[in-house]
Ligand binder design. Structure first.
Ligand code: URA
Length: 473
């Protein structure tokens, strides 16, 4: 019989931080340990880790299988478990924990990832190796947000360079990032990789320098605003759950329906680039606040603004036609598929799952994307925003695709990167998986709240379905 949750008494005490195996054996043999009220002198006695009540020298032993701490790492200590010369985050934490909690610091704790000695901010400290492994997997691309104080204020063009990918001296450019410039000139920079000294090297690549660096976020964890350097707290159960993968299964899925921009292709940065290149034709530098000024405007309204604000002689229709042509070229040549998409589509096809597209983009552009990336064989139906009565967040477009695919909406799985699209899929009665995208990182919390599942990239589903996944670009 398998005794789940049954472990040896000496292991239980060790895991609860009561001492080394040798030390706890001594305690047990001396009769200092009571199991459910009875003195127990055998270290090999099996106890149920979920229900047993143990005290040692009259004090209740607090046993948690794993401990998860949000730690505000101060500057000046290193993110290691041990260091011969420097104070480590664990030396520091152990001291403050033992003062505050009046019980031993849990065994086997380590920081999940690293911050430089002079960087402060959020560090997750745990002894759950499996969770740490999941969070640190380079495939997973967990987002990290930093508050960066640059040596000098960044121009709009430098922000764009950081967002689109910058050469920091490695083989590949950095992945798309999100940069929010604040009124005081500090940046909130969100990145989805964890290369060595990445933030400092990114700033250096645009001729700047990091004067101060603070991590605010890692995946679903956000540093509490009222925490001070050196503070820590135990994560809530909800927070621990939120750190775990929420990857969809393909079982019982009849059809998969994809949004396109930001979900299937990495295109959300493209319009910023087009603004820059378009203005450069008139020798106008990209204004630092342009994106904020035009946020939420329609294509037409933006063209009117360009004409009036930048004194462009061309009629509004011509401006829009020029932009469309530039977009066309970018979709043909520059816009990549998001990682793992083609392999995922192949997997769905192999499983007999039908696939469709529901996009606010034009049919012509969608067909270009299909052709350029060889997706035609997988997609049996395309529906665009202009072909249905109402755009997202109304459910119409998703229902129209399900109808064409002859699939039951309740057995459709939608992939979406924007809040409005997630709402559309949910209102259509479908299961929705949110897809991480640099452009929508600011609404990530809302995306996770609304969607049934969340993926950083499609490779996670392939891995879960047990298929080797090749990196395609
Ligand atoms: N990037 C850096 O350059 N330093 C850090 O500590 C974290 C990210």
């Amino acid at each position: 019989m398998l005794l789940t949750g049954m472990i040896r008494l000496d292991k239980y005490l060790c895991d609860a931080g009561m001492g080394t195996r040798k030390e706890v054996k001594e305690l047990i043999k001396k009769g200092q340990v009571r199991v459910n009220g009875e003195i127990c002198k055998s270290p090999e006695q099996k106890v149920n880790e979920n229900t047993v009540d143990i005290d040692c020298d009259g004090q209740k032993v607090i046993y948690e299988k794993y401990t998860y701490l949000m730690f505000y790492k101060p500057q000046g200590i290193v993110s290691a478990t041990e260091d011969k010369k420097e104070e480590t985050v664990l030396d520091f934490l152990k001291k403050v924990w033992e003062e505050k909690e009046e019980r031993p610091f849990p065994k086997g704790m380590f920081p999940v990832g690293r911050l430089d000695k002079d960087t402060e901010g959020l560090l997750l400290i745990t002894n759950d190796g499996a969770l740490a492994h999941e969070l640190l997997s380079p495939k997973k691309h967990v987002v990290k947000t930093y508050e960066v104080t640059p040596e000098r204020a960044l121009h709009g063009e430098e922000v764009l360079t950081l967002e689109c990918g910058v050469d920091i001296g490695d083989e590949k450019l950095t992945m798309p990032a999100r940069v929010n410039v604040q009124k005081d000139g500090k940046l909130q920079l969100s990145i989805m990789e964890g290369r060595y000294h990445q933030v400092k090297r990114m700033l250096a690549a645009v001729g700047n320098k990091v004067m101060h660096l603070k991590r605010l976020r890692m995946g679903t964890l956000y540093l509490d605003e009222d925490m001070k350097p050196g503070d820590y707290r135990v994560l809530t159960e909800q927070e621990v759950l939120s750190l775990r993968d929420r990857i969809p299964s393909l079982e019982n899925v009849e059809a998969v329906i994809f949004d396109v921009d930001g979900t299937v292709v990495d295109s959300m940065w493209m319009w910023k680039r087009i603004d820059k290149e378009y203005l450069a034709k008139f020798d106008i530098p990209l204004p630092d606040t342009l994106q904020a000024d035009i946020e939420g405007w329609s294509f037409y309204e933006t063209a009117v603004y360009f004409k009036e604000h930048f004194g462009i002689d061309d009629p509004v229709e011509r401006i829009m036609a020029d932009w469309n042509e530039m977009a066309w070229e970018k979709y043909e040549r520059e816009v990549p598929l998001k990682s793992g998409v083609r392999d995922f589509m192949r997997l769905c096809k192999d499983r007999g799952i039908k696939m469709g597209i529901a996009t606010s983009n034009s049919r012509e552009l969608m067909e270009t994307i299909e052709r350029v990336h060889g997706l035609t064989e997988y997609i049996s139906c395309i529906r665009t925003g202009s072909e249905v009565q109402k755009g997202k967040p109304a459910p119409d477009i998703y229902l129209a695709v399900a109808d064409t695919l002859e699939a039951d909406p309740a057995k459709c799985l939608v992939f979406e990167d924007l809040v409005a699209g997630i709402m559309a899929g949910k209102s259509a009665g479908m299961k929705v998986c949110a897809v991480q995208d640099a452009y929508s990182l600011d609404s990530d919390r809302e995306k996770r709240r609304l969607a049934d599942y969340y993926i950083e990239e499609f490779g996670q589903i392939l891995e879960r379905e047990g298929m080797a996944h090749e990196e395609r670009f």
